[in-house]
Design a protein around this ligand. Structure first.
Ligand SMILES: NC(=O)c1ccc[n+]([C@@H]2O[C@H](COP(=O)([O-])OP(=O)(O)OC[C@H]3O[C@@H](n4cnc5c(N)ncnc54)[C@H](OP(=O)(O)O)[C@@H]3O)[C@@H](O)[C@H]2O)c1
Length: 338
């Protein structure tokens, strides 16, 4: 009998421990979920972010919300916890005054995302237009980039130069413009500026699958964005899902094929016929096609009417059949070397 009572007691203890363990495990897991939800909550104050948010790519917990486009708010949620507008303005090749006027036109038309770079030589003009707009700083999202060579070799100086030229308090997102010597060193320096709140989110440009496989295990903060060439003649249909599955948002450059190619692309008979069916322009069809693929767009323009038109993308939607017709235009035809 004694033996029977001991056996029952032992069984009860084991059951209790296992059940407690399971509860503890469940608690831990729901705490973890809560933590990851918090890490993706939009925040305008980097100072409040915990270092735990900065997880290594191999440990990335991709929240279901990251990378989702909100077509009402016209934004996408980044893995850094910040929201980024899903369309904006590219400033490549815009001279100082052109750039100032174009950014001003964008902001007046309701656009809030601007892409610049050290190499474009117009960061100061972007910053001046942002300051002169009178808009609250936190409403505007500015991306800039540092370049291989001297800048990657001395990244702290390059980053500080960008902050000084822009003169808008902090940089919403900084990208490495290209892979290259010292790219990991440059990225790790950008991570330090994230820690002190001077940069909110990090990203890469002109990184494809092989480059990402090599690069990501060497850094601490998973990039929030990859910016690559994407247009109907160069669609990157393998690369885009690869990047998105890492919880990284994709942004396309040369949406109209880049200067010298725009008339061919905008005049393409398939795109023109889809545009006609919706009563919109070819430019709007291409930009909308990107958004429906989950790709953020930054068309370049110095024409205020085009800038306004390029933001007007939410009054129509492409059907699956139209998306497929555009997909069939892919020629794998890159329009620049990088
Ligand atoms: N990361 C990188 O390596 C990289 C490389 C290249 C570019 N980028 C970024 O991507 C941005 C976009 O590329 P991009 O500006 O070179 O080329 P793009 O956007 O493909 O094309 C710009 C051209 O399209 C015209 N355009 C714009 N909107 C139009 C509209 N609604 N109707 C008709 N034409 C229109 C512009 O002329 P108007 O001025 O007359 O409107 C301009 O000539 C750049 O500005 C830059 O920010 C990044």
């Amino acid at each position: 009998m004694k033996r029977l009572i001991s056996a029952v007691l032992l069984w009860a203890m084991i059951f209790c421990c296992t059940a407690c363990g399971r509860n503890a495990g469940q608690q831990a897991s729901s705490n973890h979920d809560a933590a990851s939800d918090e890490s993706t909550a939009p925040s305008s104050d980097q100072g409040e972010k915990s270092k735990e948010d900065d997880i290594k790519p191999s440990e990335t917990t991709v929240s279901a919300e990251v990378g989702k486009f909100d077509f009402e708010k016209k934004t996408v949620l980044l893995n850094s916890g910040y929201e980024m507008p899903s369309m904006g303005l590219g400033t490549y090749s815009l001279s100082d005054e052109e750039c100032y006027d174009s950014v001003t036109a964008l902001l007046k038309s309701g656009g809030r995302l601007i892409d610049t770079a050290y190499m474009y030589g117009n960061e100061a003009a972007v910053g001046r237009a942002v300051r002169d707009s009178g808009l609250p700083r936190e409403e505007i999202f500015v991306i800039t980039k540092i370049y291989p060579g001297e800048q990657f070799a001395n990244p702290e100086k390059a980053i500080q130069d960008a902050l000084d030229k822009l003169d808008i308090g902090y940089i919403d997102m900084m990208l490495l413009h290209h892979p290259g010597e010292n790219d990991v060193k440059a990225y790790l320096a950008m991570e330090k500026f994230v820690e002190n709140g001077k940069i909110h989110s990090l990203g890469l440009s002109n990184f494809y699958v092989e480059e990402l496989k090599e690069f990501l295990p060497q850094v601490n903060i998973t990039p929030a964005l990859v910016q690559n060439e994407i247009h109907p003649y160069y669609q990157e249909n393998d690369v885009i899902p690869y990047i998105q599955n890492l919880g990284i948002v994709v942004q396309g450059w040369y949406p109209f094929g880049g200067r010298g190619h725009t008339s061919e692309l905008l005049g393409d008979s398939v795109i023109s016929s889809i545009a006609k069916a919706h009563g919109v322009t070819s430019a709007q069809v291409i930009l909308r096609w990107n958004l429906q693929k989950g790709v953020v767009v930054i068309p370049g323009s110095s024409n205020p009417d085009h800038i306004k038109e390029n933001l007007d993308l939410f009054g129509f939607a492409l059907t699956d059949e139209e998306m497929n017709r555009i997909r069939a235009l892919n020629r794998n035809e890159k329009h620049d070397w990088y």
